[in-house]
Design a binder for this molecule. Structure first.
Ligand SMILES: O=C(O)CCC(=O)C(=O)O
Ligand SMILES: [Fe+2]
Length: 362
């Protein structure tokens, strides 16, 4: 074990600005075999070839695109599982998905967050891409019987690598809920058939690069077991640093919006923000969060993360019946509780001393 610690420490300090305290936490959380196996995954990932590391069972599956599988990822997953049991999972349902999810957990799953941030340099080497060292989305999902997530590619803003850590007690192929990978045609449109699946397993970490071709889905859960996971994205190195939401509730709204936006074509409207951009989508599925937003009109709870300072529309058209509705939520920075909901079909000027969440429904 001592020997592992030594190599581990060298690895962690390679190019990162982590601290000694972080090092101790990583040591507790991530199974040391990962540091042994990781360098051997780099070449097969680059060559997009399948690979099984005989010594450790680390694996790359690559029939559709390369996906890394690291079994027994945490030294003691029960620590995280115990924390998860204290969070609120909210049901999310449209015609595209049905499952439950927490808000962003960066502010509350501190040890796991630190462990995953410490893992970023390793992920960078495997996927061959520079990643942001602190921006990370982190939330937990629970799929019960009959729940599912239809095909999508995860592309949104600066997301570069998607990861999922499965944390259920037991799981077999008979329980359904496989993570399935869907090939794309020459236009990078998904074809109908998933040709490769990963059966979730307790304490298995899976990650893959987010791209135009990274279509995947979660098959319907068949049994009564709960398919529990913690999942998120690592981001592009070049994006501005986000503040970590300090609580689960504050981030919940943003999380729902961002999950929904994943499914939508981002080409029509682009809103530029100081910290990140959102992309906008049709209301055909009438997501639950939209109804909530409407209900909250006079009593908005603001996410703790600063959101948007300005916006730009790429293709402005004159207002008309087919004109997108633009919902603008404005918070005056000087008055923390006040929220005003404007909705309009006209172009808007947002004063720069306000923080705004802008959602456009085409
Ligand atoms: O839970 C999984 O296996 C994948 C989930 C997923 O694709 C997502 O949340 O975007
Ligand atoms: Fe996904």
């Amino acid at each position: 074990m001592k020997e592992f610690s030594h190599r581990f420490a060298l690895h962690i300090y390679d190019g990162t600005d982590t601290t000694v305290k972080d090092y101790c936490i990583y040591h507790l959380m991530i199974n040391p075999y990962i540091w042994e196996a990781a360098p051997r995954l780099e070449e097969p990932f680059r060559k997009r070839s399948a690979y099984t590391d005989k010594e450790t069972d680390a694996q790359i599956v690559s029939e559709v695109y390369p996906v890394v599988k690291l079994p027994n990822f945490l030294t003691d997953p029960s620590v995280v599982r115990k924390q998860l049991s204290t969070f609120t999972y909210r049901q999310k349902e449209t015609d595209l998905y049905r499952f439950s999810q927490t808000g962003d957990l960066n502010g509350v799953l501190g040890e796991l967050r630190e462990a995953l941030l410490g893992f970023i340099p390793t992920v960078e080497k495997i996927v061959g891409r520079a990643l942001h060292r602190t921006n990370m989305d982190l939330s937990s999902q629970c799929y019960g019987q009959d729940e599912y997530l239809l095909g999508h590619d995860d592309r949104l803003d600066s997301r570069r690598v998607a990861f999922v850590l499965y944390l259920m007690d037991e799981w077999t192929a008979m329980d359904g809920g496989a993570l399935q990978f869907v090939p794309t045609d020459w236009r990078t449109a998904p074809t109908n058939v998933a040709i490769q699946s990963i059966v979730p397993a307790p304490n298995l970490l899976v990650f893959f690069e987010v791209s135009k071709s990274s279509h995947h889905q979660v098959a319907q859960v068949l049994g009564t077991r709960k398919r529990l996971s913690v999942a998120g994205w690592f981001h592009d190195a070049e994006t501005p640093t986000l503040s970590v939401p300090s609580n689960e509730i504050g981030a919940d709204l943003l999380m729902e919006m961002s999950t929904y936006a994943t499914f939508r074509n981002p080409d029509t409207v682009h809103i530029t923000t100081k910290h990140e951009s959102f992309h906008y989508f049709q209301e055909s599925s009438e997501p639950r969060w939209m109804r909530q937003l409407m209900a909250m009109e006079n009593n908005l709870e603001w996410p703790s993360r600063p959101v948007m300072k300005q916006y730009r529309r790429n293709d402005y058209r004159q207002p008309g019946p087919d004109m997108p509705r633009i919902f603008v939520f404005v918070r005056d920075c000087n008055e923390h509780k006040a929220g005003t909901l404007l909705y309009t079909t006209r172009d808007l000027t947002i004063p720069l001393n306000t923080e705004t969440v802008i959602v456009e429904i085409c």
